[in-house]
Design a protein around this ligand. Sequence first.
Ligand SMILES: [Zn+2]
Length: 75
Amino acid sequence: MNVCRICKGQLEERRVTRLQEYNGKWYIIENLPALVCRQCGETYYTPQAHDRVIDLITGDAEPVRVEQVAVLDAG
Ligand SMILES: [Zn+2]
């Protein structure tokens, strides 16, 4: 895949930060390889990148740091 499914823009390989929920907990994964549309910014992950996220979350990798996250209620 080298064009965006939404706008047909060019995709380029980049390292991105992804937020992922797993079993009710949120994880921030930095430096994840992804394909990002140059035109609209849509991000695409390969199946390998997705597997890497799950491996990191379910494995025994030590967090590089722990962040506090602000939770806001729009209700
Ligand atoms: Zn696009």
